[in-house]
Design a protein around this ligand. Structure first.
Ligand code: HDE
Length: 709
């Protein structure tokens, strides 16, 4: 059992367990039984005086609260954050960022954005990555996404944007998809969205796991030191397991095979002790450099390329505990961009300014009143003393005689800093000079919508570009208005004329003109996810927590499987034996082997790699369509495929390898690894080659040979 932290201990008062208990009403009165209501005669009408039945049904009637207007579907986890060192001490008074001896409890909620609470996980969408740090200076919320830019530049546009991406108003179709008319109508009319749309059409919108995606604070924030000096900052989360995505065709299959794919993955990893880890990084920009960039730091549709300002690692977050009650913890958690601690402040980014209003406002309706910060998950680990009183759901019994400032009857308490020597922990807003005309207009420095969209496109490897092209075609083909399709391709032409023409041809609209406006060849190596990836090169690729499937049946080489299983488990991967039915099979050695899951209850898309073992395996794959499909689908999705002993012949007959009859080891460039050896003789190099191929995540060589414009 991991060490309990201050947040976890503080939740004890709210925890309750019904073990060894009697059923009671809300008033603690024991109930005789709850299977029949109180009636006048066994066949008579139900009586109003049945207070138990009324209480039970009434509570049930009121169980639902409004889902979040965006980010409705999420999954949460507890953990901790620790700064690496004191390096940020010159920049910020935020102790949790600068004191390596401190362990700060956190709660993280990952989410999709567009779908309802019950929608599937593997949709094409942005992912939320919101972290609540329960610091000794109060709660700090870093409400981030897995993409570093946003669709709009000013928060006043947020309702417009969200109305456009949510399902069509008449039919409420499609659920959790941007592939429909209103979204794309918004896009062509708001070219400011194009940079983000490039990210959305890329594999970033399809994370393999919440544990394998980056997080970005998006806005430029401000760190403030003890003297009140400011430094601009961009926040980055980097997953230790690397940043990996699914393929779109897989996502669609997984949405049916396991709609909870990402939340299950998070839950299972934590239960298995494979704790997700993220490194916090910062890009620091001196205020003197504010105007040194060819974009505006206040514009949330722009990144600061890492080539211009490197990301410095400053701390590590580990998620090590699952919640105990989804509603109480994950649903009721309330994030707010304005939950900041001393040393962290805002900038005038107009999107951030609107968020600072919206998050508090939305909780008032969602959580039913102004006391939501008293809910166990939202309470800070430090004492709270305000003069705020009453309201729905007030949980605090305030015994102080006064609730106003200034007072003498309450000894002047709670004290503000004017009454006492100011402690370092007081929040002081950054002092800045502000002047200007009252004006409803956007800064001209926000006008370039295409250069960074192109930067992103240029930074993609060929296969990633192909996926973006395919995504545009898929999405636009769902748009019924030809007019909108055409206008969108014209916008894409500002980013890359070749891309736009390819898309136009596929979606049946005239090829747009070549506008050439933003054409440049700049690229940033941190934007691609294909290994090797800048920033991740130092960490050796890992297969920790990867799910690998071995197809098994009676007569399979169980000795070889055991050898492989122990090597994979030493690397932290999970091997599932997939058989024709659940239960046990008899291996070649005569031993009984437990099947993890039957072929009809699982799917190839739920695994990262597939193994065809030796022994009597051919019959399974050649006579069982599901087994054959399982193997070929893994190959189709560029996953590592391995075979040993008689399994090699199976691959050969299915056209997956052209290795000679008895290879000692062939590890081809397409990620197919085979050896004729089996049992105890399984070569270590074979196992190593397979592990290396799985660590690559996908073997894109298989795809690049088939790329078409
Ligand atoms: Fe949010 N956003 N947002 N957002 N957002 C919400 O707050 C909003 C934006 C993000 O797991 C809402 O409690 C406005 C950017 C996450 O509970 C709401 C604007 C980024 C979550 C809201 C933005 C985000 C939310 C809905 C434009 C990335 C889920 C429920 C001005 C940096 C938090 C709620 C969770 C949730 C408003 C844009 C991230 C309505 C007005 C940019 C991760 O308040």
């Amino acid at each position: 059992m991991e060490r309990r932290d201050s947040k976890d201990r503080s939740l004890d008062a709210a925890r309750t367990n019904d073990d060894n208990s009697w059923l009671t009403t809300q008033q603690g009165v024991r109930v005789e039984h709850t299977d029949d209501s109180l009636k006048a005669g066994v066949r008579g009408p139900t009586l109003l005086e049945d207070f138990h039945a009324r209480e039970k049904i009434t509570h049930f009637d009121h169980e639902r609260i409004p889902e979040r207007v965006v980010h409705a579907r999420g999954a949460g986890a507890y953990g901790y954050f620790k700064a690496y060192d004191t390096r940020l001490r010159d920049y910020t008074a935020a102790e949790f960022l600068t004191e390596p001896k401190l362990t700060t409890p956190v709660f993280v909620r990952f989410s999709t954005v567009a779908g309802s609470r019950g929608s599937a996980d593997t949709v094409r969408d942005v992912r939320g990555f919101a972290t609540k740090f329960y610091t000794k200076q109060g709660n700090y919320d870093l409400v981030a996404n897995n993409m570093p830019v946003f669709f709009i530049q000013d928060g006043v546009k947020f309702p417009d944007f969200v109305h456009a991406v949510k399902p069509e108003p008449a039919s409420e179709i499609p659920q959790a998809q941007s592939a429909h008319d209103t979204f794309w109508d918004f896009v062509w009319l708001h070219p400011e969205s194009l940079h983000m749309v490039m990210w959305l059409m890329s594999d970033r919108a399809l994370p393999r796991s919440y544990r394998m995606m980056q997080g970005f604070g998006v806005h430029t924030f401000r760190l403030v030191d003890f003297e009140g000096n400011g430094t601009f900052v961009k926040f980055h989360w980097r997953p230790i397991l690397g940043s990996h995505s699914l393929e779109w065709a897989e996502c669609q299959r997984i949405a049916g095979a396991d709609p909870d794919y990402n939340r299950r993955d998070l839950w299972d990893a934590i239960e298995a002790g494979q704790f997700p880890e993220f490194e916090l990084g910062v890009q620091l920009i001196s205020e003197l450099r504010e105007h040194d960039f060819d974009f505006d730091l206040l514009d949330p549709t722009k990144i600061v390329p890492e080539e211009q300002v490197p990301v410095q690692p400053v701390g590590r977050m580990v998620l090590n505990r699952n919640p105990q009650n989804f509603f109480a913890e994950t649903e009721q958690v309330a994030f707010h961009t304005a939950n900041v601690v001393p040393g962290i402040d805002f900038t005038n980014d107009p999107l951030l300014q609107a968020r600072n209003f919206s998050y508090l406002d939305t909780q008032l309706i969602r959580l039913g009143g102004p006391n939501f910060s008293q809910l166990p998950i939202n309470r800070p680990v430090v004492e709270v003393h305000t003069n705020q009183r009453d309201g729905y759901g007030q949980h605090t019994i305030h015994t102080h005689p006064t609730s106003y400032t200034k007072n003498s009857l309450g000894n002047g308490c709670p004290m503000s800093m004017t009454q006492q020597e100011p402690p370092l922990d007081v929040y002081r807003h950054y002092t800045q000079r502000v002047e200007g005309e009252v004006i409803r207009r956007r800064s001209e420095s926000f006008n370039d919508h295409y250069s960074q969209a192109r930067l992103f496109w240029n930074s993609m490897k060929e296969v990633e570009q192909q996926h973006i092209r395919d995504a545009f075609c898929f999405e636009l083909s769902k748009v019924s208005s030809k007019y909108v399709r055409q206008r969108v391709t014209e916008q894409i032409a500002h980013v890359d004329p070749g891309l736009a023409m390819g898309v136009a041809r596929k979606v049946g609209v005239p090829e747009p003109e070549d506008f050439g406006a933003a054409l440049h060849n700049d690229a940033s190596s941190a934007l691609s996810q294909v290994y090797p990836v800048a920033g991740f090169d130092d960490a050796p690729p890992s297969i920790e927590s990867r799910r690998i499937a071995a197809l098994v049946c009676d007569g399979v080489d169980d000795t070889g499987i055991r050898k492989l299983a122990s090597a994979l488990s030493a690397e932290g991967a999970l091997l599932d034996l997939i058989g024709p039915a659940e239960g046990a099979i008899r291996g070649e050695s005569g031993h009984s082997v437990d099947v993890s899951v039957g072929l009809s209850s699982t799917a190839s898309v739920l695994y990262d790699a597939v193994i065809v073992p030796g022994g009597d395996i051919a019959a399974l794959i050649e006579t069982n369509g599901s087994a054959k499909h399982f193997l070929l689908e893994a190959f189709k999705h560029h996953k590592a495929v391995a075979a040993f002993g008689a399994g090699v012949e199976v691959l050969r007959r299915n056209g997956l390898t052209d290795a000679e009859t008895s290879p000692v080891l062939v590890a081809d460039e397409e990620g197919v690894i085979v050896t004729s050896h089996s049992g105890q003789e399984l070569p270590d190099e074979f196992i190593r080659s397979f592990i290396d191929a799985v660590a690559l995540h996908r073997i894109w060589n298989r795809e690049t040979s088939h790329i078409t414009a």
